[in-house]
Design a protein. Structure first.
Length: 170
């Protein structure tokens, strides 16, 4: 993207024509997250499988697979699923939207793409009558955490990990 000025961002449902861009973006997401958690599949062959599983979950929950376009090019995506919390949560608060995948290409960052995708996820969640939207962020992903905080997300839970036993061979 040659110009860094704010270009028009179009958020729309993904179509089968977006598959190649989404595969490339899933690969980019896995490679970005590998540096943070050291467990992601970073080979090209893994990206289509990751995409297929994510699309299946979107379908199962009647969610949405969204893409962001700038100047006609797909530059980001967000997958929204609709989930239910466990029985210990009050019934009226059990349904929630969950951002399961969010990625913006390097050359489109700082243009408002992530903000636009999250705004559409919030709109779709509210349109369903669901009052909560959740998103996860990996420890160490400070730019994402800062964006989510600016957009009103607050901490909900903390998951901790401890590696035990022998490390798998790679």
């Amino acid at each position: 993207m040659p110009e860094r000025e704010r270009a028009a961002i179009v958020i729309r449902p993904s179509t089968p024509d977006d598959r190649a861009a989404l595969v490339e973006q899933f690969l980019g997401l896995n490679r970005y997250e590998e540096a943070l958690v050291h467990n992601r599949r970073t080979e090209l062959e893994g990206a289509p499988e990751c995409l297929a599983v994510a699309l299946e979950r979107v379908s199962e929950t009647n969610g949405a697979a969204l893409v962001a376009e700038v100047a006609g090019a797909v530059v980001g995506h967000l997958f929204l699923t609709f989930e239910r919390d466990a029985v210990y949560v009050r019934e009226e608060l059990r349904p929630y939207g969950y951002v399961s995948e969010l990625f913006v290409r390097d050359d489109a960052r700082q243009l408002g793409v992530g903000t636009a995708l999250l705004a559409e996820a919030e709109r779709l969640t509210a349109a369903r009558g669901v009052t909560r939207l959740m998103i996860g962020v990996l420890a160490g992903n400070h730019p994402a955490a800062a964006l989510y905080a600016r957009l009103g997300f607050t901490p909900h839970a903390t998951e901790l990990e401890k590696r035990v036993g022998a490390e798998p061979r790679t």
